[in-house]
Structures are given as C-alpha cells and as structure tokens.
Design a binder for this molecule. Structure first.
Ligand SMILES: Nc1nc2c(ncn2[C@@H]2O[C@H](COP(=O)(O)OP(=O)(O)OP(=O)(O)O)[C@@H](O)[C@H]2O)c(=O)[nH]1
Ligand SMILES: [Mg+2]
Length: 101
C-alpha cells in the first residue's frame, strides 16, 4: 500500500517567540496522546516559528539539543527564512518513501 511519508509524520509547530518554547512540545505531545495514543508513535518534525524575532536562533538550537532524535526546522513567514529547508525536508521524505517501495 502506498503511504506517503510526508503524512506519516507529526508536525509540531513551536512558537519560538513564546517563553514556553521549551515546554510547548511536551505539552503538545501529551495533548496528542490523550487524543490518540497511536499518533505519538509517529515520527515527528519540530517546526520552530517566527525565527525573524530576536533570540529565536538560540531558542531553536536549545530545542534541537533537548530533542536530538527529532528534526527541528526554523521558519519565518515574514522573512521566508527556513521555508526552502522545510520544502527539502518534505522532498527527502518523499524520496525516502520511494526508495523503500
Ligand atoms: N514575527 C513573526 N510573526 C508571525 C510569524 N508568523 C505569524 N506571526 C504573527 O503571529 C501572530 C499569531 O500567529 P501565530 O502565533 O502564528 O498563530 P496562532 O498560534 O494560531 O495564533 P495566536 O493564538 O494568536 O498565537 C499573528 O499576528 C501573525 O502575524 C512569523 O514568522 N514572524
Ligand atoms: Mg501563536
């Protein structure tokens, strides 16, 4: 059966402009677990948002260090920073899926 790896991931958006950025991911996971225990078994991609704001680069680094097994990508919809990298992640997930077929 064809399963697209893009859809086989959970995308956790973390607002890097919020002071709870290090706990937000955990909180989201717990909510997800309550909603559907199956969902937290999926692989995850962390998308840190608002990287145009001051200090968010360090916050993204901290987040990545806290979760070394998850991929963390920083984006800003204002500066478009990180969007090409995020697209590359999507593309790599598709090719990963193709090579597994
Ligand atoms: N600086 C900056 N602001 C952004 C960016 N993306 C969204 N915002 C702004 O952030 C505000 C809230 O949007 P988000 O936090 O993305 O959305 P949300 O979490 O669903 O909504 P809130 O509950 O209002 O936080 C809006 O005023 C957006 O214009 C970004 O990349 N950089
Ligand atoms: Mg928000």
């Amino acid at each position: 059966m064809f399963r697209n790896n893009i859809y086989d991931r959970i995308y956790n958006f973390v607002d890097l402009g919020e002071n709870n950025y290090l706990d937000a991911f955990e909180i989201l996971l717990r909510e997800l677990e309550n909603f559907s225990p199956d969902l937290i078994e999926k692989k995850r991609i962390i998308i840190g948002t608002k990287t145009d704001l001051e200090g968010t680069k360090d916050r993204l680094d901290e987040l990545q260090k806290k979760y070394p097994d998850e991929k963390a990508v920083g984006i800003s919809v204002f500066s478009a920073e990180g969007i090409p990298e995020l697209v590359k992640v999507f593309v790599s997930l598709v090719s990963e899926n193709r090579s597994a077929e």
